[in-house]
Ligand binder design. Structure first.
Ligand SMILES: Cc1cc2nc3c(=O)[nH]c(=O)nc-3n(C[C@H](O)[C@H](O)[C@H](O)COP(=O)(O)OP(=O)(O)OC[C@H]3O[C@@H](n4cnc5c(N)ncnc54)[C@H](O)[C@@H]3O)c2cc1C
Length: 386
């Protein structure tokens, strides 16, 4: 029996509503067409205007419960909205880390005071959050983190260093993991704290990536006093709170739609260049296009599988790893195709070469490709651990 991947009547009506909203409002990007396609690189002003339009519809926090100001959309409705946003080349996830990660974690684990203090500010876009997990000696093996939090009266005194902290240079708050019991087994001595980035003793030092961007930072903590009221969950039980946040990160990363859009953009450029361009007409490049196109379809099917599991109340595990692994590696292959398409010009064409070096990060952020392969090997295939 053929599998029906089409929209149900409800999905189709919702898709139309989203599409109409986009058509009415995407004019805010008219002055920056290139930027609109790249989403996060868009001019800040246009993105802010877009964000305000999304907010008027109440769509800033699609997954949050209505009680906390969210849209409480079903998984499928969120997917359809993201798909349409990506198709139109307008930014999705305009709420950033706040809406996507710390917000849902606060809703699940925060106390009423913490929810009252932070949730509405996140929704209104008044605060920027960053994630203080990775350290120089703790990335894939996050539970090895060493930044210390020592209880002193009504405060924790924090000392140590975080690294690769995206957006810390702009952030007002950080959610972070600290070690509060160095003698306990490593997953059991960790505590989750919410830290005001203006606290004395916090130093942010931007790191320049190989794409020559300053998107992430080192953050140093020297005797930083964090009130105990800013602890989420119990002392030494922060690992379990922290992994909730990571679940939200994993489910929002590795968008197959974004990858397909990237490929479609390249196909348009190759067609424009036509057969006069030596590279786009070469058999090897044409075959590369075809292979990437087939893979983009596979990536879409993998993401449909994850969404359909979630829609049926199942928790994707190695299936989410397959999706993340495949989409992020495909993104790199498409970036490589872009370099092949433009040949030597790829090095001088800023978007091709920048895209190529930038594509590396997607196979590291949110769990490296090797870690994803480990998950698929053990949990998916049942192979013994290496
Ligand atoms: C764009 C970007 C944004 C990021 N933003 C943030 C952020 O905002 N906040 C934050 O806290 N962190 C952030 N990170 C850090 C990210 O979470 C880590 O880089 C990632 O978890 C990998 O850790 P690591 O860099 O320490 O590498 P390591 O864990 O040291 O890995 C080094 C190499 O060893 C391999 N390896 C490690 N363990 C295994 C294993 N078990 N099996 C097989 N191979 C293995 C890895 O695949 C990798 O190739 C960001 C990273 C990137 C690239």
């Amino acid at each position: 029996m053929p599998i029906n991947l089409g929209d149900s009547p409800n999905d189709a009506a919702w898709r139309l509503e989203v599409r109409e909203f986009i058509n009415e409002n995407k004019g805010v990007f008219a002055a920056t067409p290139d930027d609109a396609e790249g989403g996060m690189f868009g001019r800040m002003g246009a993105i802010k205007q877009w964000r305000d339009k999304v907010a008027t519809k109440g769509w800033i926090a699609p997954s949050w419960p209505k009680k906390y100001g969210g849209a409480e959309m079903s998984v499928v409705d969120q997917f359809v909205m993201n798909e349409e946003f990506a198709e139109a080349g307008v930014p999705s996830n305009v709420g950033g880390f706040g809406v996507m990660m710390i917000g849902p974690t606060l809703i699940e684990h925060g106390n009423e005071d913490q929810k009252a203090e932070h949730l509405s500010k996140i929704l209104r876009g008044e605060v920027i959050w960053c994630q203080g997990y990775s350290e120089p000696g703790a990335g894939s093996d996050l539970a090895s983190l060493q930044t210390r939090g020592v209880r002193d009266g009504d405060d924790y005194v924090v000392n140590g260093q975080k690294i690769w902290t995206t957006g810390a240079q702009f952030a007002d708050w950080m959610y972070m993991l600290v070690r509060t019991d160095p003698d306990a087994p490593k997953h059991r001595g960790i505590t989750y704290l919410l830290v005001d980035m203006k606290s004395p003793g916090v130093t942010v030092r931007p790191l320049t990536t190989m794409a020559n961007m300053q998107s992430f930072n080192e953050v140093f903590f020297e005797d930083v006093r964090v009130p105990v009221k800013n602890r989420m969950g119990d002392e030494n039980r922060g690992w379990y709170v922290g992994t909730t946040t990571l679940d939200f990160e994993r489910s929002s990363i590795g968008s197959a739609i974004g990858v397909k859009k990237q490929l479609e953009g390249l196909i348009r450029q190759a067609k424009k260049a036509g057969s006069t361009a030596s590279f786009s007409s070469r058999a090897s490049v044409r075959h590369e296009f075809v292979d990437r196109w087939v893979e983009a379809e596979v990536a879409k099917m993998l993401s449909y599988r994850v969404i359909s599991m979630q829609a049926h109340g199942l928790i994707p595990n190695h299936e989410a790893s397959m999706c993340k692994l495949f989409s992020s590696e495909l993104g790199q292959k498409i970036a490589l195709l872009s370099m092949h398409l433009f040949g030597m010009h790829g090095n001088t064409r800023n978007r091709a070469s920048t895209g190529y070096v930038q594509a590396v990060s997607s196979t590291i952020a949110g769990g490296t490709s090797e870690v994803q392969r480990g998950i698929i090997a053990t949990r998916g295939l049942g192979l013994p651990r290496g």
